[in-house]
Design a protein around this ligand. Sequence first.
Ligand SMILES: Nc1nc2c(ncn2[C@@H]2O[C@H](COP(=O)(O)OP(=O)(O)OP(=O)(O)O)[C@@H](O)[C@H]2O)c(=O)[nH]1
Length: 279
Amino acid sequence: MRYPYLTILLWCVTGFASVWLLVKRPQQWDTVEELLWLSVSLSMLLQLHPHSKNRLLNVAWPLYCFGLCLDLLDDFIASDKLPILLFDTSLKNIGFLLICSSLLLMLRDKRSDIVHLNNEIAERKQLEAKLTFEAYHDALTGLGNRRAYFEQFKALSRSHGYLFYFDLDHFKQANDKYGHQRGDQILSAFANSLQHHFAADLCFRLGGDEFVAFTSDDSIQPVKIRDHLLEQIFEFGVGVSIGVAKLAQDSDPDAILHQADEAMYRDKQQKNSRRCERP
Ligand SMILES: Nc1nc2c(ncn2[C@@H]2O[C@H](COP(=O)(O)OP(=O)(O)OP(=O)(O)O)[C@@H](O)[C@H]2O)c(=O)[nH]1
């Protein structure tokens, strides 16, 4: 509360004056009413004035109080002795209208502030969603990234039976031969093919040319999907090695990754040794 002593003093004076009026001039009920209105208005002025930066309100409120004062004095002093008393109602009404106008203007300003704030909040939310998406997705392929794999592993391993691990073969050579940009296109094309066999939100790029995918479909066989996965990128001389690990309720993400990686590595070695055996 602002100016507490002044406010208490004001209400004490009002109280005494009201009692005095009721005792001495019991017929002047309307004067008591005017006195109460003046006290209420002055108290509000004391509370609000220091906070208000609105110049119109800062003029209108005292003007209204001044009109109330004249209205009160009007009951004790004849208007021919103090002609300004003739304008009590006009001053009061002008003050009141100006208060209404300033409040309306303030509301309009606040409304535009609120619209502005809402837009800012919406923009921040969009940015937050974008940053969250970027934190959990690979920028090149749009697949979930390594962090997403580890965060979602528990839930996905409970609802899926197998983890497939993919590593492109000779990708470095393709990169060197056709350029890094073509290398990016190879990775994107591979990610797209992967999403034809596994649901998009079950595929992750761990980094480089390494991908994983969860599935419950036990009919998916590495040998069967390999050619399909390479359809778009075969011409660049890349292959894909695939390893599978069986998931259990309490599987550990690192251990499963290691298991699938080893299976993938065996697949890679088998292919390499077959290639070496060829005359
Ligand atoms: N274009 C491109 N290349 C990448 C990206 N990330 C990693 N690489 C390259 O991918 C290559 C991956 O290396 P390796 O796994 O040894 O390549 P590899 O020839 O497939 O090797 P093997 O798996 O033994 O056949 C490296 O040359 C990296 O520079 C990428 O986002 N874009």
